[in-house]
Ligand binder design. Structure first.
Ligand code: SF4
Length: 61
């Protein structure tokens, strides 16, 4: 997740509340659980307006 690109839209938190939350200070999102269900995280990528969320396949590294 690129917090510098986050515009506080909150779509990731609405889409995958177990995986993301918004900072109460600056409103930017943070990944809460790196082991969150991949399908939920994948669903959160699409509605993110600035494209601040990127999924990296750890099995390829
Ligand atoms: S959906 Fe994107 S822009 Fe909106 S809070 Fe989440 S990371 Fe930030």
């Amino acid at each position: 997740m690129d917090r510098e690109r986050c515009i506080d839209a909150g779509m990731c938190v609405l889409t995958a509340p177990g995986a993301f939350d918004q900072d109460t200070e600056d409103g930017r999102a943070a990944l809460l659980d790196r082991t969150a269900e991949p399908g939920a995280v994948r669903e959160a990528v699409r509605p993110c307006p600035p494209g601040a969320i990127t999924i990296v396949d750890q099995s390829l590294t």
